[in-house]
Design a protein around this ligand. Sequence first.
Ligand code: G3H
Ligand code: 13P
Ligand code: ZN
Length: 333
Amino acid sequence: MVSYKQLGLVNTREMFAKAVAGGYAIPAFNFNNMEQLQAIIQASAETKSPVILQVSKGARKYANATLLRYMAEGAVEYAKELGWEKPQIVLHLDHGDTFETCKSCIDSGFSSVMIDGSSLPYEENIALTKKVVEYAHQFDVTVEAELGVLAGVEDEVSAAESHYTKPEEVIDFATRSGCDSLAISIGTSHGAYKFTPEQCTRDPKTGKLVPPPLAFSVLHEVEAKLPGFPIVLHGSSSVPQEEVDTINAHGGKLPDAVGIPEEQLREAAKSAVCKINIDSDSRLAMTAAIRKHFDENPGHFDPRQYLTPARDNMKKMYMHKIVNVLGSNGKAE
Ligand code: G3H
Ligand code: 13P
Ligand code: ZN
């Protein structure tokens, strides 16, 4: 048993309370490899932003669970080396699907876990979440739950269509499960194709898709039912069109990829939404830089040559989110 406290990590409790009160959101960035982690830590250290490092089940399988855990431990030391005296870094399990996975993460040094019972019947979601909460709280680990179903694929939790969170359920769910934060469904979804062309209108000048707005009315009703309770938004990548264009201009094929407009995320961050999940934008930033680099430098084969611009492009994106979208800069001085 390794406690996250020994690793210099923190849980989300105080971080979320401050974010809700201060009208900003904490970035939750997924990582699967060293370059993503370096870029996240550099961006967070330079902006003095609290940060949540998210590890999905797929990431644990891809990179090895033990290695990822040690990388997070190294990230705390790296942050200090970069001059961030008191780094506020959370190591969080993204979309935990079983009690056993959550337990394994808690036992190995995670400071926060998500138990995603959103595809289960309501009572089963409460029972599973409660079981994880009872275990996690013994070690002061915080727990995120989910109510409502996002469209698209949530790791192995899939849903043919989204079902917005029902505001009338949130008080009962939060009280009986004991969760510390709640992910809700208001129209976001995972991946780079968040809306079909049929759900969007098209900008006549650019030909780009304009997505329908998020269901802010649902968010406001949830906030009214649970004042000050930390709310989480998954599937919150913006799918920057300049990255999509770069990918497509250098041999990629991502037609009509579309995300959540940043103005809407800015608005959400000012509310009780205190954690905003971003993964796809990092994938796009990395892929765009690598494709461009290979196109322009066909003779390069040293991974450091193409992973350096990839890392720089991810860092630029992370800093932009922190400073211009979530407003978490300077909140972990
Ligand atoms: O919510 C999904 C995250 O983007 C993680 O994706 O399961 O492919 O690692 P992944
Ligand atoms: P995106 O696919 O929009 O980046 O969402 C990531 C996410 O919600 C991780 O849990
Ligand atoms: Zn998610």
